[in-house]
Design a protein around this ligand. Structure first.
Ligand code: FCB
Length: 544
């Protein structure tokens, strides 16, 4: 046997050994009921036919080409160039240079064997003035080429219209999401997308994680426009108690208007579906008592239901209405009709599970450093959220602060959303593992055993939720390749592919090989009856 062959068989054996190790055994045992075996076994065929497996990215995090071919500056382009806003002064000016390498990237995506690719459109690339008029033909061509090249390879484009990068001009002119004027500008942006791309796009997400935008941009000041007030931080402008609520209100109305337009003018001919994506954190009671169980409900209302309740039921969650006073904006009766039932599916980005501790009946002193700041206020739902209890983390830490590995959280969040929204179709639009920085420097950088174990474990719990009836239609790995992780810059890595920052070459990690192998198992003997149900029948839209 040649040495090279011996070596490659050896590394293959090592790879197999490593990926069958289970670093999350404890977390899984806590999940109970034989899940340990399922973990080792989770297969594509455990998911129904038509279930979309994919990878996800977003424009600012990968494209680069900051001012090329007519693109104008976005809020992120400007924010990252201000001192101290991003780790190491990193920027997305070049990012992963996807703008120039997208064909190579599409080949890579294709090589994984995915069904779908979730990406977002840079608003300032197709509408440099942010509003009416001035469509940038080069920007349209770029996304048309992405869509066509995906479809040529049998990959469904799953398009997020807005993933956090708004044209800076809209921020300068009227304060971005704080001003209701942005609603109509967003609708125009969405309409431009429906008109130019909708003949080929079946899956639309209006806005990525409006709850994170409210939290990170207007409560904690970590994202543009960097607004906050104490105790959340010391920003030069902002009001953390009110601005997140106003920004969310405008995002929800912007979504609802765009969705109405899509449903009236595009959906009948184009036959796609439209939804929104939220950051879906799961919560567990800090102590096993009634107060902390109530705190879990408030935390969920303050996170997931803040966006989903209005879009499904027509108003903010009753839990929020109970503890907010006049600062919670009100929907007019006409607006309630507009927002109610304005989504075909619920998109969940699930990364984390936290403990929730009641701050109504017990004091959540600000000095308790384990609690996120502001838990003792209405904007925090009078809940202290923390990853730590008695000095012990809820799960193994990751590279994202407070995000620990808690695979059972996937089943819990899916069940909770299933129950609250009468099992409306869901997608897991993001789920991914960020290795802690120090670990990246050692052997887990390319041979990312923990990332593989993470996905296997989360998928096993997802499969179980689905076996128990949850109507989940797809799962997207965040993310295709290491990219600009917002205020954390390039230090935090979540890619199936690493990106050499000097050459920008993409290098497959073991997790990319694992995903390819997992997706290759398409033959099945365990299909379930519900697999016959076409996606569209439940949402009542055109048949595929
Ligand atoms: C999500 C964002 C995504 C990425 C992951 C790690 O909240 O939607 O852009 O940053 O977190």
């Amino acid at each position: 046997m040649k040495v090279t062959t011996m070596l490659s068989s050896y590394s293959f054996l090592l790879f197999i050994l490593l990926i069958s190790a289970n670093p999350y055994a404890r977390a899984l045992q806590e999940g109970g009921n034989g899940i340990e075996e399922e973990l080792e076994d989770v297969k594509r065929s455990d998911f129904p036919t038509g279930f979309l497996f994919g990878v996800a990215t977003s424009s600012y995090q990968i494209e680069g080409a900051i001012l090329e071919d007519g693109k104008s500056l976005s809020n992120w382009d400007v924010f990252v160039h201000k001192n101290g806003n991003v780790n190491n002064g990193d920027t997305g000016d070049i990012a992963t240079d996807h703008y120039h390498r997208y064909l190579e990237d599409i080949e890579t995506i294709h090589s994984l064997g995915v069904d779908a690719y979730r990406f977002s459109i840079s608003w300032s690339r197709i509408l440099p003035n942010g509003k009416l008029g001035g469509v940038n033909a080069a920007g349209i061509m770029f996304y048309n080429s992405i869509i066509d090249n995906l479809l040529l390879r049998g990959i469904q484009p799953f398009v997020t219209i807005h993933h956090w990068d708004i044209p800076q001009v809209l921020s300068d002119e009227y304060g971005g999401w704080l001003n209701p004027l942005i609603q109509d500008d967003f609708v125009h942006f969405a309409e431009t997308c429906f008109k130019n791309f909708g003949d080929r796009v079946r899956y639309w997400v209006t806005i990525n994680e409006p709850n994170s935008v409210a939290d990170l941009a207007y409560e904690r000041g970590k994202h543009p426009p960097g607004h906050c007030s104490p105790p959340f931080g010391n920003c030069s402008a902002g009001n953390s108690d009110t601005e997140p609520l106003i920004a969310m209100h405008n995002m929800l109305l912007a979504h609802a208007k765009a969705s109405k337009l899509y449903r009236e003018q595009f959906q009948p001919k184009q036959g796609g579906v439209i939804g929104i994506v939220v950051q879906a954190i799961m919560y567990e009671p800090f102590a096993d008592d009634e107060h902390d169980k109530e705190a879990v409900k408030r935390a969920l209302a303050n996170n997931v239901a803040w966006a989903f309740d209005p879009l499904v039921f027509g108003d903010y969650p009753p839990e929020m209405c109970r503890y907010h006073r006049n600062e919670l904006p009100k929907f007019t009766p006409e607006e309630r009709l507009l927002i109610r039932d304005s989504i075909d599916f619920l998109g969940l980005n699930h990364y984390a599970t936290l403990y929730a501790k009641d701050c109504i009946h017990s004091s959540c002193a600000r000095s308790d450093s384990a609690c996120a700041p502001g838990g003792d206020r209405a904007i925090g739902g009078f809940v202290c959220t923390t990853a730590e209890r008695g000095g012990v983390l809820i799960g193994e830490p990751t590279g994202l602060p407070t995000f620990s590995v808690v695979p059972r959280g996937m089943e819990e969040i899916v069940d909770s959303v299933k129950n609250r929204y009468h099992n409306k179709p869901m997608f897991i639009t993001e789920n991914g593992y960020s290795s802690p920085p120090q670990q990246e420097q050692v052997d887990d950088f390319q041979l990312d055993v923990k990332r593989i174990a993470f996905h296997k474990a989360y998928l096993a719990f997802l499969a179980r939720a689905m076996r128990n009836g949850a109507d989940v239609r797809g799962y997207f790995v965040w993310t295709l390749m290491d990219n600009f992780e917002w205020s954390l810059g390039y230090d935090v890595k979540l890619g199936l592919y690493s990106v050499d920052r000097a050459t920008l070459n993409r290098i497959p990690r073991s997790s990319a090989k694992w995903y390819r192998n997992f997706l290759g198992n398409i033959s099945s003997n365990s299909m379930q009856p519900r697999t016959a149900v076409a996606f569209w029948s439940k949402v009542g839209r055109a048949e595929e």
